[in-house]
Design a protein around this ligand. Structure first.
Ligand SMILES: [Zn+2]
Ligand SMILES: [Zn+2]
Ligand SMILES: [Zn+2]
Length: 330
């Protein structure tokens, strides 16, 4: 069930939409997921970020998804009342024969003469002496076990069926009559997700190294011994002696990082005499390349998940900082 866009009049929500996208890009939110409320579902994160009401927020998320800025993923199929559309429902057991909710679980007895079923309370007094159905004298009643009986249509041995009671309008309905609401979560599309992951990783390292007293520049070049200019995703220098303490590159794309790729990175690193280096790998790295990296002291950071995990970056940062400060002191 999509929301009607014309309900939004002509107000320009482009700033709100930008905020929704930014929160995903900078990693403060992984995805907008619907949260179960007393009545219906809401996108609380998105509402907080935009300070807009639930109806507008939902429609903005839908609009961003329609334009390919976000991708939708079905979280639930919600059952809704076919009359009023409410999802505030109560499940009830009902009689399969007449639909009544007046059913009762009890021990049933069967007349050995006519095979009719009775509940215990139906064969209490004179019925003990005469079967109420076939009239046989002093019938034998066999206990048959616990079954549902309907007090409305007097069927015994009913197979109870689930029906939903709408708490809004009181309608009782079954699965065939039910309306379905598809409930989505919204996140960045795969390609954008990678971009934002790189962005977040470089931001993180850049900020942390600056905090530690280094200078850091993004997408910058260094002139190598050979005279060639090499571009790196992040260059970290000592503020004092201008030594290149660390270079970071991101091996983006879907191709596997092999030893040839790694070798070209090593040549760049050596040519600019960087003391440390880190290669961020988002696809796969083969074992030969991994061994080569180990031998040459190249740090490798594998980022498989689409969302950034800061706790994965911390140990690498820590290790790099130790190396970078040690070398300054010697
Ligand atoms: Zn019934
Ligand atoms: Zn009988
Ligand atoms: Zn209803």
């Amino acid at each position: 069930m999509r929301l009607r866009r014309d309900a939004l009049t002509n107000i320009d929500y482009s700033e709100a939409k930008q905020r929704l996208l930014m929160a995903l890009k900078n990693g403060s939110i992984d995805e907008y997921t619907p949260i179960r409320m007393k009545k219906g579902y809401r996108y609380l994160d998105a509402e907080r970020i935009t300070s807009l009401n639930p109806v507008i927020v939902r429609s903005l998320l839908e609009e961003l998804a329609d334009f390919g800025k976000l991708s939708r993923r079905i979280v639930h199929n919600l059952v809704a009342c076919p009359t009023c559309g409410s999802t505030d429902l109560q499940l009830l057991l009902t009689c399969s024969e007449c639909g009544s909710t007046r059913i009762k679980l009890g021990i049933t007895y069967q007349c050995s003469n006519c095979q009719s079923y009775f509940l215990k309370e139906e064969i209490q007094e004179e019925e003990r002496i005469k079967c109420p159905k076939c009239g046989v004298d002093r019938p034998r009643y066999d206990k048959t076990g616990s079954f549902y009986a309907c007090l409305n249509c007097n069927s015994i041995l009913v197979l109870p069926v689930w029906r939903a009671l709408c708490r809004s309008c009181g309608l009782l309905f079954d699965q065939e009559e039910a309306g379905i609401v598809e409930l989505y979560s919204y996140s960045l599309p795969e390609s954008k997700m990678h971009e934002s992951t790189y962005e977040a990783i470089l931001n993180y390292f850049s900020n942390e190294f600056k905090k530690a007293g280094f200078s850091a520049s993004r997408e910058d070049t260094l002139k190598g011994l050979s005279g060639v200019l090499h571009r790196f995703s992040l260059i970290v220098k000592d503020n004092g002696d201008e030594k290149t303490k660390l270079v970071i590159d991101i091996a983006s794309g879907t191709n596997e990082v092999d030893e040839r790729y790694l070798l070209s990175f090593i040549i760049k690193v050596r040519d600019v005499r960087a003391e440390n280096s880190l290669l961020v790998v988002t696809s796969n790295i083969n074992s030969k390349a991994e061994k080569l990296a180990q031998k040459q002291g190249i740090h490798i950071l594998k980022v498989k998940n689409k969302t950034l995990q800061k706790n994965k970056l911390k140990p690498i940062l820590h290790d790099l900082l130790i190396r970078m400060t040690l070398k300054t002191e010697t």
